[in-house]
Every structure is written in C-alpha cells, then in structure tokens.
Design a protein around this ligand. Structure first.
Ligand code: MN
Length: 490
C-alpha cells in the first residue's frame, strides 16, 4: 500500500470516530489517479497535499464525507474530473462540499478593490452557509498550504499569509476552533510582520528554556497535590501561541513589556466534571496563593462569546513566580480546541442519519453558534450596498464580541462597543423601538453607554412609543440596530 494512504489510515484508526475505511481507500485511489504526474512546488506529489488535508480533517474527528471531500477537494479544479462524476461515485454531499471548496478557492480576497473584495466575501459566506463542512475542508487546506508556503514566490507568500490573518484565522476563531486559529496565525505571522517576528523571537528565546523547565517543575508539584484526590485528572502544560503573544504585547497597558505577560507558559488541568473544576481550584488556592488583582476568571459560569469555558487563575508558584493555571472538563477542552468540529462529532452521533444539506438542518451545531452565519446570509439578500455589507461582516461577525445577560438570564452575543440600544434591537425590534432608558447591573446608564462582557442589561420602555430616535444612529454599532432605526425613522 502507498505510504501516504497507510499514513492516513493510521491517523483514522487513532481517532474515536467510526469512519468507512473502504470508501476512504477508494476515494484516495481515485484522487491519486486523478492527480498522477502532478507535483507541488515543494517537489512532493500532489496527492501528498490531498492526503494531508484529509488527515487534518480526521484529526478533527470529522465524518467520512468530510474526509473524502478533503481527499478530492482539488480534483475538479486541477484535473479533468467533473462534479457529476464525483456525485455518481461519492454522493451528492461530497460533490456539494468539493464544489464549495472549489468556488472559494477561485475567490480572491486580497489584492482586489474593496468592491470586489466584498462581493467575493459575500460569495464565500453563501458557499459556506450551504454546508459548514465546506469551510472546515477549506481551513484544513489552508493549514497545509501555510505549512508549505515557503516554496511559493515571495509575493504570493505575503498575500496568502495576509488573507490567512484577516479572513481564515478569524473565521476559525468564530467557529470556536482555537487550535486551528492559533496554528494559522503562527504560520502567517513571519510572512506578514517579518521584522516584528524576528524581534519577538530574539526577545523571548532566553525566557523559553527557563520557562519550560519551570512549568515542568510546577506540573510535577501539581501532580503530587491533585492526583491523590483526583486520580483521573490530566495535568499538562502549554506554550502561548506566538502571534497571540505578539498581539497581547501590543495592548495598551502592556506596551511591549514581557514582564507583564504571565501566561507564556501555563499549566492545564483537565477533569471529568464541572464540580471537580471548582474543587481543584480550591485545592490549588490552598497551596499556592492567588495573585491579588490579577485574580481568577470564571469562564465556566461566564463563557467567552465564542463559547470558550474554563477556570483561569494566576498563582504564586514555587519561588514566587507568577503562573497561570487553566482548569476545565474534557468536553470544554475539546470544544476549546475543536469548536464546531467537536459539535459535529457529538451531535451527529446522536442524530445519525439526519441529512445536513441546508443551514436549517444545522441541528449538528447549537443554533446559537450558527446565528451569525444565518444573519450574514439574510443580509446578503437585504443589503445591496457593498461597503455596508463589508462593515457588517468585518465588524459584527469577525470582531471581538461580548456576552451580556437579559434580566431573565438569556445570553446575547454582541460586538465590542455595543450599547443598550444595540442590545434592545438584538432582543426584539419592538423592544428597540420602545426604549426610553436602560439599566446596566442595576444602575441607570445613558443609552450610548458601552456595554462590557458579563453586563446584566435591562431596558426601560414606553409601550406607547412606536418609533425610534434617529439620534441613536450616532452611537449604535450593530447592523441590526442601524437598519431597524433607519428604516422606521426615514
Ligand atoms: Mn488544496
């Protein structure tokens, strides 16, 4: 058997997901025949790329259809193979996904005028919305292309890396795929910011080996502390992704000062239940004092907008050095690393046999996670003006988000800078129109007050009021609020 195929099969065997191996073998052989005599710029045969993409998808625990689509993703674009042929041989889902990936590949996002850019982004979102597996294959494809970027001409390197930083990494983040996002950013970083990258590397290299030794020592101490009461707990360590370190260093208040970064290395404890997370936090704080001010973040009770859950604490470790600890369950861990891909696995196992052709069949993924994709698709039809659409997309979907709570405890996902009026329109158009005041965490605030993550927002209304105040357009930031207000007050 060909070593590439053997390699793919051994990865498939290492994952918990049952995969139709016969189908994978026949798809691999089909792809290898189609790409025969084609080579990558690296000198490797083209099938090495298709195999690598399929391996990544298998590692993300995706289903047979997605893995096969990964193997075949370049056949229609680069070989005489046609979509009807793929449909006959491998079924309509594979044909749909491959056609989606092919379309996205021809969409040029960087280096075009703004209008073209937006138009192309529109196309991409539409393609992706048909079946989210399209974007998963595309992310796996981009990951391998970034790993082999050095073989491309210089100019192509920079545009591809920029596109990765601006579009694909934020998309991976919005899909909750933290690991893929970190890898894509770190691969793109040296091409987009070569001198900053070199400076950062030389700045941190003295810290890396000592940091590594220290965290390993700390891990052993944690092991002695935790294992007697929680024999099943998994204790490991992680090094911060370089690009995320770079971004953190550039934050105001940090201004490049490495001594203010406490999570270059962190220890991670993974357990079975949420209760155990809190018990372990107590155990740790009993031995290692939490650092005042830097404190504890409870992202279990208050998840990050992309769904991330974990307890974070900073403690004085051995020798008084500040160390970050992350405590989470296996499910939270999987979700943090794999995001939407993790959901695919779990919920599809539950609802096996349900066809997932349309976005509406998004039962595989919690509806809340899909809400922003749906919203973008609705806007496609609604928003004719390209620059408005681009703003909606860049700002509402890809920017930093905050989570706020309704008085009943419902969670709303809003962009940073959102105001009580944005919140009101996110809840309901009528609530928006009737807004006369707002309370945040029980205190009266101005309607242009900027909400923070975790705020409890209460809207004061006048039920007789039918139309919004057009002055609100001066401060609302969401496309939903802007559109509701301008439609009525026209
Ligand atoms: Mn490819």
């Amino acid at each position: 058997m060909d070593p590439y195929l053997t390699d793919l099969l051994s990865v498939i065997h290492s994952t918990p997901r049952p995969v139709d191996e016969k189908l994978v073998i026949s798809a691999w052989e089909f792809a290898a025949r189609a790409h025969a005599d084609q080579f990558r710029r690296s000198g490797d045969p083209a099938i090495s790329h298709a195999t690598q993409v399929a391996k990544t998808l298998a590692l993300w625990n995706l289903d047979t259809t997605t893995i096969i689509s990964g193997l075949l993703h370049d056949t229609v674009e680069d070989t005489p193979v046609t979509l009807p042929e793929l449909e006959t041989k491998f079924g309509p889902d594979v044909a749909l996904i491959v056609s989606g990936v092919t379309k996205i590949s021809t969409i040029k996002l960087i280096g075009s005028t703004q209008d073209q850019f937006t138009e192309n982004l529109r196309k991409m979102i539409l393609v992706m919305a048909k079946d989210l597996r399209v974007i998963l294959v595309k992310l796996a494809d981009r990951l391998h292309n970034m790993q082999t970027l050095k073989f491309l001409p210089l100019e192509k390197q920079v545009t591809t890396a920029k596109e990765t930083l601006e579009i694909y990494a934020p998309l991976a983040e919005r899909l909750g795929m933290g690991e893929a996002k970190g890898q894509l950013e770190d691969l793109a970083f040296p091409y987009v910011y070569p001198s900053e990258y070199a400076r950062l590397i030389s700045q941190i290299s003295p810290l890396v080996s000592s940091g590594q030794k220290y965290i390993e020592k700390f891990r052993r101490e944690l092991h002695l502390l935790i294992t007697p009461s929680f024999p099943g707990a998994l204790i490991n360590t992680r090094k911060k992704h370089l690009y995320s370190l770079f971004k953190k260093l550039n934050r105001p208040g940090i201004d490049g000062d490495l001594s203010l970064i406490h999570d270059l290395f962190a220890a991670r404890i993974i357990v079975d239940t949420k209760e155990q997370c809190y018990e372990i936090l107590g155990l740790i704080h009993g031995k290692f004092h939490p650092v005042p001010q830097l404190g504890i973040s409870d992202f279990i009770a208050l998840p990050k907008p992309n769904g991330y859950q974990s307890l974070h604490t900073k403690v004085f470790g051995p020798g008084g050095q500040i160390v970050e600890l992350q405590i989470r369950t296996h499910a939270m861990h999987e979700e943090a690393e794999m995001g939407i891909a993790a959901h695919w696995f779990y919920s599809q196992a539950k609802t096996r046999g349900v066809a997932n052709k349309t976005l509406e069949a998004g039962v595989f993924i919690p509806q809340k996670k899909l809400a922003w994709v749906k919203q973008l698709v609705n806007w496609q039809a609604d928003i004719k003006d390209n620059s408005e659409y681009l703003n909606a997309l860049k700002f509402d979907a890809l920017q930093n988000r905050i989570l706020v709570f309704s008085p009943l405890g419902d969670i709303y996902d809003l962009p940073k800078g959102a105001t009580p009026v944005d919140y009101a329109y996110a809840v309901h158009t009528k609530l928006g129109h009737q807004t006369i005041g707002a309370k945040v965490n029980s205190k009266l605030v101005q309607l242009n007050h900027q909400l923070s993550n975790g705020d409890l927002v209460e809207i004061l209304t006048d039920s007789k009021r039918k139309t919004p105040n057009s002055d609100w357009l001066n401060f609302v930031v969401t496309t939903t609020a802007r559109r509701c207000i301008s439609q009525v007050s026209k």
